[in-house]
Design a binder for this molecule. Structure first.
Ligand code: AMP
Ligand code: MG
Length: 505
């Protein structure tokens, strides 16, 4: 086997596919990236390089490609058009305002789209400058990989390329490009776009493309479009349950930020909960708290309802009468009705695993509810609590209980809940050591807390990328003890209480 056979290649050796462009011109525009002055590599992600079969770290030639400065042989980049509801309001046409797709590369039988975010103006840039700043690029890069490390469906990130090019936000910042990777970046908003314009031929074309490329199992169903919508509902419900179970807040759950594949998409003002607060709002521009932590499950359903509305024309005959319209609506409502039970059963399964419960008991829902109430009332650190709970002892619990006391303002609440938990564990004859091993695999020690990002970003602005790299390494293995990094699992320092994350990126 020659070197090429080892499948480590440079981006210029890649044979690019652009299946999406076969949809035709209403779906995208060809755009050349804008020149990025003096690009430099911030970091390459080894796991994503491996997925793609691209050499890690990136070569200078690949950095040049990802900065948008080098012409890529065999690929003409393109930006796609979509629309969406932003903060509950129809926003009309949006689109890839600063992202370009190079196309898909195939590695080990998988298609991966490679998208450059921040590489200049497109026809969909509206008032924007087509750029992304280093700060937000680091946040997106690290959180994609942190989510992947946690086992949560997400888009991935291959690398960040920086430049000294000045970009104005609330203050002067510098530009960067994130090379993002996913099987597809298609959003709910792509469907809304063609539906809102009554371009039903295109809507059908898009649905057929997504089904054939990503949901082939639906093709053989009696009603392929309904089956497809059902699976998107299912995946979205499961995705949001995963977020809730790890204390992740997305921050901007507009329909144009919802992946048709059920991936976490478009990392902006996201946040992981430190102190548990069900009403936590991580995006400081979200004054109404529309996207608060405890709103995410119902927002998921709201967004899916917009998708279902957009897809209604596909659920009825080409020339519908009143009866077939009603039948389509009834069908969509029936599919949407699956959202809550899917979300609840996934959440219950994830929470049982977090508590180390192997068997199902009637009262588990109540036990979990009582725990959430307790954590919320006492603002207990979410991640530290569950990691601490892994060491719970059924018989000789005193020592562990005392250790947990320090997480609570009023430890009596903990003592009472722990007693219930102990009885529940005894009921299923749970063995401490066996349970502990399992719980360590589902309760992360490390999450990408805001204050960790803040330090990494501040250093990166001074061209020291070591903290970005370190965070990427730690967050790739969030369930491992990594004793040398124990301080990265600590409570946020006092200075972090005033941190503010805005929408600007
Ligand atoms: P977001 O809030 O980042 O999901 O972006 C919403 C829409 O605004 C998308 O269509 C983006 O492509 C576009 N957008 C955001 N920032 C910029 C920018 N700096 N330049 C051009 N378009 C942007
Ligand atoms: Mg977006």
């Amino acid at each position: 086997m020659g070197l090429r056979g080892l499948a480590i290649s440079s981006l210029n050796d890649v044979r690019w596919h652009q299946r999406f462009t076969r949809l035709g011109s209403p779906f995208f525009s060809r755009v050349q990236p804008t020149y990025l002055p003096a690009p430099y590599l911030v970091d390459t992600c080894p796991q994503v390089s491996e997925l793609l079969g691209i050499a890690c770290p990136l070569s200078d030639a690949d950095v040049s490609v990802l900065s948008g400065n080098a012409n890529l042989s065999g690929s003409q980049p393109f930006a796609t058009v979509y629309s969406g509801h932003q903060f509950g309001v129809w926003a009309g046409q949006l689109g890839d305002g600063r992202a370009l797709l190079l196309g898909e590369l195939v590695h080990q039988q998988c298609y991966w789209e490679l998208q450059l975010k921040g590489c200049g103006l497109t026809p969909y840039s509206r008032m924007g400058d087509g750029r992304a700043v280093l700060r937000s690029s680091i946040r997106e890069y690290l959180c994609s990989e942190a989510m992947a490390g946690l086992g949560i469906p997400t888009t991935r990130a291959l690398a960040i390329i920086g430049s000294d090019l000045c970009v104005m936000r609330e203050e002067a910042e510098t530009a960067a490009v994130v090379a993002r990777v996913a099987p597809s970046f298609i959003r709910f908003g792509h469907f809304e776009h063609f539906s809102a314009r009554k371009q039903y031929t295109q809507l059908r074309q898009l649905a057929d493309f997504v089904i054939d490329s990503y949901y082939p199992e639906c093709r053989h169903q009696a009603q392929p479009y309904a089956a497809f919508l059902g699976l998107v509902i299912n995946r979205t419900a499961a995705l949001i349950a995963h977020w809730q179970a790890v204390g992740f807040c997305h921050g901007v759950l507009n329909t144009d930020n919802m992946s048709i594949l059920g991936l976490t998409l478009d990392y902006g003002p996201f946040g992981f909960l430190d102190a548990f607060d069900v009403d936590h709002v991580c995006n400081h521009s979200d004054s109404q708290g529309r996207y608060a932590y405890n709103q995410q499950p119902s927002i998921g359903l709201w967004n899916l309802t917009r998708l279902a509305e957009a897809m209604l024309p596909l659920l009825m005959p080409l020339t519908p009468d009143e009866k077939s319209v009603q039948a389509a609506q009834t069908l969509a409502i029936g599919l949407l009705a699956e959202y809550v039970p899917t979300y609840q059963s996934t959440m219950l399964r994830l929470m049982r695993a977090k508590l180390g419960l192997c068997r199902e008991a009637e009262e588990d829902g109540e036990l979990i509810e009582a725990l959430f109430d307790l954590l919320d009332a006492q603002q207990v650190d979410f991640t530290l609590f569950f990691r601490g709970l892994c060491s719970f002892c059924v018989d000789d619990g005193h020592h562990h209980d005392i250790f947990m006391h320090k997480l609570f303002i009023a430890p009596l609440g903990w003592v009472q809940w722990a007693q219930r938990y102990r009885l529940r564990l005894q009921w299923e004859h749970s063995e401490d050591l066996v349970r502990q091993q399992k719980m360590w695999r589902v309760n992360p020690k490390y999450v990408l807390r805001q204050h960790l990002l803040e330090v990494a970003i501040a250093q990166a602005k001074q061209k020291d990328f070591s903290e970005v790299i370190k965070l990427r390494e730690i967050m790739t293995h969030p369930f491992d003890e990594q004793a040398q990094y124990a301080s990265y699992a600590d409570l946020p320092p006092a200075w972090a209480s005033t941190l503010c994350v805005s929408c600007s990126s």
